[in-house]
Design a protein around this ligand. Structure first.
Ligand code: SAJ
Length: 401
């Protein structure tokens, strides 16, 4: 194969399929044998529009093969997860393991690219690691960092059309990586160095986190000030240079709720706003769970009986089935921990069943429950008719005004 792709997850698999569509032989590697078998059968293990067809075709035409071990190629792409450890410190052990696995295969002029979100300096660190094991390849390899920026749900389009930032450890590496991506990307390719490219990815997601924290902070202020925050933000955004994002029940997903910590862990004294934004967005989820508790007690005082409660949405954002780092899921868990014989209806229209939560259809839940808590702004919820005697807690702007 020309390309070895290590990591066949949410980003690695779509990227592998895209490269393969271009009639380039890709050897995909994943530690999970089940994933490997699924892909070799022309099927996929994640939900992403259009990915199934792309993978099925690539496998059928023989351009994409998966395995649990790497083989020799000319280009190696590292697209493995970089989670964080207990103290919110980044864990680059998967990048290290993937690099270690391919070091024996490297030869002069090969291209090694990390796409995984990584703390600043990771690419140089991996370069040193490679040079330690293969000193004869010093200056002879092309080593670069190129983060992805695709939005789950729109990956196959954005992979081709988004601009990319490409940073090599030297000019030759940058040029070589640009030439590689040029084959299948239509967006602009912006050249820089590896450290800037690494920081750029972290900064993009931190920027969004900080902006959402501002909206979430406003929602807390408005709750006390008895002002409708949705109306307030709509009105403020009429100003030509103001563009406030939407408050919600917190920030989730595997990117925005994680990446800012990679900056804070390395530069704790300097990252004041970035660190605070994480705190505010996490606190917002806690605050929502507490609010449910308060409303529950108020209902009991007023009606002399316990309310039944509908918890609407589990996903980390609207119209997807992804529960990773989901604030709605966290709030649901917390509310259930505080349960005291109330009836609960848990709703997630994008999932058929869940191993922990018993799910209820959204129409039934809204009819049966006394208290309706909107956690995620799924499209299905926006069209619901809600009886006027219901207590509604709208954390994500379903009702708005
Ligand atoms: N959210 C709000 N209010 C808003 C917008 C979002 O509360 O106004 C919440 C969402 O409900 C969700 C979280 O923020 O819980 C994150 O959702 P998102 O749609 O902002 O982003 P992700 O995590 O799906 O994808 C992000 C994207 N990055 C940016 O927009 C800067 C995407 O382009 C990246 O590729 C992706 O992270 C990634 O993989 O890093």
């Amino acid at each position: 194969p020309e390309v070895v792709m290590i990591g066949l997850g949410y980003i690695g698999l779509p990227t592998a399929a895209l490269i393969a569509q271009n009639k380039t032989h890709v050897h995909g590697v994943d530690i999970n044998l089940k994933v490997v078998e699924t892909i070799n059968a022309g099927k996929i293990h994640i939900i992403e529009p259009e990915l199934d067809i792309a993978v099925a075709n690539a496998v059928k035409e023989g351009y994409l093969k998966a395995s649990t071990t790497p083989v020799e190629a000319n280009t190696y792409l590292i697209v493995v997860p970089t989670p964080f450890k207990a103290k919110n410190e980044p864990d680059i052990s998967f990048v290290e393991a993937a690099t270690k696995a391919i070091i024996p295969m490297l030869k002069e002029d090969d291209l090694y690219i990390i796409e995984s979100t990584s703390p600043v300096g990771t690419t140089e660190k991996m370069m040193d690691f490679i040079h330690q094991e293969r000193p004869e390849l010093k200056e002879k390899l092309n080593i670069a960092y190129c983060p992805e920026r695709v939005l789950p749900g729109n990956v196959m389009y954005e992979l081709v059309h988004n601009d990319r930032v490409i940073g090599g450890v030297d000019k030759k590496s940058t040029e070589k990586a640009v030439a590689f991506y040029r084959q299948f990307i239509k967006g602009d390719l912006h050249k820089t160095n590896a450290r800037t490219a690494e920081m750029c990815k972290l900064v993009e997601n931190s920027s969004r986190d900080v902006q959402i924290a501002f909206a979430n902070e406003l929602s807390l202020i408005c709750d006390k000030a008895d002002i409708n925050v949705w109306e307030l933000i709509d009105l403020a955004n009429k100003h030509p240079r103001v563009n406030i994002l939407q408050p919600g029940c917190g920030v989730g997903g595997h990117c925005i709720a994680v990446d800012p910590y990679f900056i804070v862990a390395e530069y704790p004294m300097e990252s004041k706003i970035i660190g605070k934004a994480r705190e505010i967005n996490n606190y917002k989820s806690f605050w929502c769970a507490e609010k449910v508790q308060t409303v529950k007690l108020e209902f009991e005082l007023k009606h002399g009986r316990k309310p039944s409660i509908a918890l609407m949405g589990l996903a980390f954002k609207p119209n997807i089935d992804d529960l990773r780092e989901s604030p709605a899921k966290y709030i649901t868990q917390k509310v259930l921990q505080n349960a005291n014989n109330e009836e609960y209806y848990i709703v997630e229209p994008n999932i058929a069943e869940h191993k922990v939560f018993k799910l209820t259809n959204y129409n039934d839940a809204v009819k049966k429950a006394d208290v309706i808590v909107f956690l995620v702004a799924h499209d299905e919820f926006k069209a619901l008719e809600i009886a006027s005697d219901k207590v509604v807690l709208d954390f994500c702007g379903i009702i708005k005004r």
